[in-house]
Design a protein around this ligand. Structure first.
Ligand SMILES: Cc1cc2nc3c(=O)[nH]c(=O)nc-3n(C[C@H](O)[C@H](O)[C@H](O)COP(=O)(O)O)c2cc1C
Length: 157
């Protein structure tokens, strides 16, 4: 295992989670000098988890359900790793719904994986597009960036 190598594995349908994953990767590389691999769980080969000390898993949400490939990744043996988890969804970026998003999609999910050492987890806004038209966009990459800066400190402690 390379020292402190970091995997960011994400699943996206409308791109918000991918943008967040790329932002996190940029911060971890440029500000914390971590070696980071970005893996799109739908398009790329399955990552070799044995290579990583830190694993960040990100996913979007539809119909109250977190995308399945990302959840499946959390079922792997990540016990010796530092894990971070994030979702992108419209509730998280809507004032008044953030707490519900955090409870439903972050806290409830993580109770299913009590063996994980989760160093941080967060819910960010998302976007909805139909037939190429943006109906809602409450993404906030500055919030993602601030979270990634704190995460980088935890991964380099
Ligand atoms: C059919 C559909 C269902 C959705 N259901 C939810 C939902 O239950 N809760 C929520 O907060 N956001 C919901 N969203 C918003 C998505 O979470 C948002 O599109 C987010 O950006 C998805 O991540 P992605 O862009 O990485 O695919 C839904 C969007 C679509 C298109």
């Amino acid at each position: 295992m390379a020292q402190n190598r970091t995997l960011i594995a994400y699943e996206t349908k409308l791109g918000a989670t991918e943008e967040a994953a790329k932002k996190i990767a940029g911060v971890l590389c440029s500000k914390h000098h971590l070696e980071v691999d970005l893996v799109n769980l739908k398009k790329d080969a399955a990552p070799d988890l044995a290579l990583y000390r830190n694993v960040v898993v990100g996913a979007g949400v539809r119909g109250g359900r977190i995308y399945g490939r990302a959840l499946k990744l959390l079922k792997n043996d990540l016990n010796a790793k530092r894990v971070a988890f994030f979702v992108c969804c419209s509730w998280a970026g809507t004032p008044g719904s953030y707490d519900n998003a955090k409870a439903q999609f972050i806290e409830k999910t993580l109770t299913k994986f009590p063996q994980l050492s989760v160093v941080d987890a967060e819910a960010f806004g998302g976007r909805i597009r139909y037939f190429g038209k943006t109906m809602l966009d409450n993404t906030d990459l500055s919030k993602v960036e601030a979270w990634a800066e704190e995460l980088g400190k935890k991964f380099t402690q």
